[in-house]
Design a protein around this ligand. Structure first.
Ligand SMILES: [Zn+2]
Length: 97
């Protein structure tokens, strides 16, 4: 099956989710830390769309807003496709403004 994240519909959803997250100033759902919405895409503290149920295991939920979560790019990466949340108690530096 083709990766649903490579579709135009997904990119549109991603933009909508980012706008909503920015409006609410969502924290990262994985580590609870503040997200740097001004950070360039893919930098570690930047916002990234994550999925409560991984796209790899639940591709049918990739475009479901209810499955979408706000995360740091770095947390999203370290979590990986198996959905295992990394060690608790991981501390992050406070973002400087
Ligand atoms: Zn995080």
């Amino acid at each position: 099956m083709a990766d649903p994240r490579r579709t135009r519909a997904y990119r549109k959803l991603q933009q909508q989710m980012r706008m909503q997250a920015l409006g609410r100033l969502d924290n990262c759902w994985i580590c609870g830390g503040a997200i740097d919405y001004a950070a360039p895409a893919h930098s570690p503290d930047a916002w990234e769309l994550d999925h409560a149920k991984s796209v790899q295991h639940h591709p049918e939920l990739a475009l479901d807003p209810a499955n979408c979560r706000s995360s740091h790019a770095s947390c999203n990466r370290s979590r990986g496709a198996d959905g295992a949340v990394m060690a608790l108690g991981k501390r992050r530096k406070r973002l400087r403004s």
